[in-house]
Design a binder for this molecule. Structure first.
Ligand SMILES: [Zn+2]
Ligand SMILES: [Zn+2]
Length: 138
């Protein structure tokens, strides 16, 4: 009986994780965890916020989605899970992909800093997005 319960729990976790992954993949605007929760809840009103948040963490740790840590803002989640760079709009807070090759050689320039083993890097450009520039008339 205990095994059956565990199996059922595993199945439920797998289903919930798939729902969360599907929601992230349906959103191409770098949603926050709150945004992802809203989308999941539309179709599955019984799923809890904590469940969605926990599964986002699992998916990010597994590399199935990319977690983008935004300075002074909520973490964003990205269906595009290969390394790439972002720009953040200081007006609306939107996060956008930047079309720029991943600078793998940048690591060679910093690898001997205090014996620190650098594994990855992120770059976030700050500015004003095209929509906000239009609204500002610039
Ligand atoms: Zn903007
Ligand atoms: Zn992105």
């Amino acid at each position: 009986m205990a095994t059956q319960t565990a199996e059922r729990a595993t199945t439920r976790n797998t289903i919930q994780r798939a729902l969360v992954l599907e929601a992230v993949r349906s959103l191409h605007n770098h949603p926050t965890s709150a945004d992802v929760y809203e989308v999941v809840r539309e179709k599955h009103p019984n799923i809890s916020r904590a469940t969605v948040y926990r599964n986002l963490g699992v998916l990010a740790n597994r590399g199935e989605v990319l977690r983008v840590e935004v300075p002074n803002g909520a973490d964003r989640y990205d269906f595009l899970n290969r390394p790439h760079y972002h720009a953040k709009c200081r007006v609306c807070g939107g996060v956008f992909d930047v079309d720029m090759p991943y600078q793998s050689d940048i690591l060679a320039k910093v690898s001997d800093a205090h014996g620190f083993a650098i594994e990855e890097h992120e770059i976030i450009f700050n500015g004003v997005c095209s929509e906000c520039r239009k609204a500002e008339g610039r």
